[in-house]
Design a protein around this ligand. Structure first.
Ligand code: SF4
Length: 403
């Protein structure tokens, strides 16, 4: 597979970026034109862009950066897609191919509970049984018709048997499956990644990844919006898209949030190269590209939670605070990042110290953000009970252990 390198950020004239920054209005989202100018701003203009983004973050979430203390549950790493940057997926029979049993799920969740975790993040390949008879056999053996039926049962198991709250990330979902999973999890997620359809072409990052068609992903996010389901999404930068594509991906998310108000969080994730992937020789986005993208995300979405994973920007991850994030995402004291296993999460004490050094308090949130909790607790049942038990007076995680 030949993969196209990312389009480099080209220096722009100082006056164009300065004029885009001069048009900023506190609390108001910037226009597409301004975003396009700012995402290509010069190094000279970068400090001014970052200052504007950090100020916007402070108007939205003053004084605090949050994270979710989680366990990572890779329910199955079989996947019918073959994304050019993925190290997680396996075919049946590959070394490391695995579908977790219910006992394994419960064991990890219970251990996480003893470590103060409040999120059970279910990450898994997209509908592997459609491609692999081996997965159909595994599911038959487990007693389920599909991976989504099994996921639903495992979310329900974790909810019933532990204090953890599930957050599933199973790929594309129909409206019916969004409703079913929303009954056993307070939020769910699907990365939009990009709106650039050309990445589906031969030799590009989403060649042979039918579930990465942007229109299908937008439909799932929209269906979640129609059902008022708190939803995590985001973009993946450095997979062959241009800075303009990044802006348009953020605008597509903003458009859905304007219509349905359900986007609880936007993740800006940077591609990291790994030796075993088809994109092994593609360049990673630079630190400057990452900071520009995060800052523009903050200014396009001034009242939406913006997250960037610290392990993918180590050792300089605290710079992301300067670009306007208000959340570090899920951090596990127990399980590795199975998506980027070579990039360990920072120790939580380190994360706290570095967040405080930037002038912010670090607070543990739940997998559903405070402003979305009332809609979930309004529906009676086990999920509502568990969420009420886990939340503190500020909508964050009730801490029942030594911090
Ligand atoms: S990124 Fe997700 S959809 Fe793509 S191959 Fe990996 S597990 Fe499958």
């Amino acid at each position: 597979m030949t993969l196209t390198a990312i389009t480099p950020v080209t220096p722009d004239t100082r006056s164009v970026c300065a004029s885009a920054l001069a048009q900023l209005r506190p609390g108001e989202p910037i226009s597409r034109d301004a975003a396009l100018q700012l995402i290509r701003c010069s190094d000279d203009d970068l400090p001014e862009l970052l200052a504007a983004a950090r100020a916007a973050k402070e108007r939205f979430r003053p004084g605090v950066i949050t994270y979710s203390r989680k366990v990572f549950l890779p329910l199955t790493n079989l996947c019918r897609d073959y994304c050019g940057y993925c190290t997680f997926r396996r075919d049946p029979g590959d070394p490391g191919a695995h579908t977790m049993t219910p006992d394994e799920v419960l064991s990890v969740a219970r251990t996480g509970e003893t470590l103060g975790c409040t999120e059970a993040l279910f990450s898994l390949g997209d509908k592997p049984e459609l491609l692999f008879p081996e997965m159909r056999e595994t599911l038959r053996h487990l007693g389920y018709k599909s991976t989504l039926h099994y996921l639903e049962a495992m979310c329900e198991l974790v909810l019933r048997e532990t204090s953890l709250l599930p957050h599933p990330n199973p790929g594309l979902l129909s409206a019916e499956w969004i409703a079913r999973l929303a009954a056993v999890s307070p939020s769910m997620g699907l990365m939009l990644e990009t709106t650039n359809v050309s990445l589906l072409a031969s030799g590009k990052a989403h060649d042979n990844a039918p579930d990465k068609a942007p229109a299908k992903r937008l439909r799932t996010i929209e269906d979640a919006g129609k059902q008022n389901v708190p939803f995590t999404t985001g973009l993946l930068i450095g997979i062959g898209e241009s800075p303009e594509d990044r802006v348009d991906t953020l605008l597509a998310i903003r458009d859905l949030h304007d219509r349905y108000g359900h986007i609880q969080e936007v993740i800006v994730q940077n591609f990291r190269v790994k030796p075993s992937i088809p994109m092994a020789h593609c360049p990673e986005p630079s630190r400057g590209e990452m900071l520009r993208t995060v800052a523009v995300a903050r200014l396009l979405l001034p009242r939406v939670n913006i997250q960037a994973p610290p392990n993918l920007s180590a050792p300089y991850y605290d710079d992301l605070v300067d670009a306007g994030i208000n959340d570090w995402g899920g951090i596990s004291p127990l399980t590795p990042d199975y998506i980027n296993p070579e990039k360990p999460w920072p120790h939580l004490e380190q994360l706290r110290l570095r967040t405080e050094a930037k002038g912010f308090a670090l607070r543990q949130r739940l997998p559903v953000y405070p402003e979305f909790i009332p809609a979930v607790t309004a529906k009676p049942g086990l999920l509502s009970e568990r969420l009420r038990a886990a939340v503190d007076d500020h909508g964050l995680a009730k801490i029942t252990r030594a911090a």
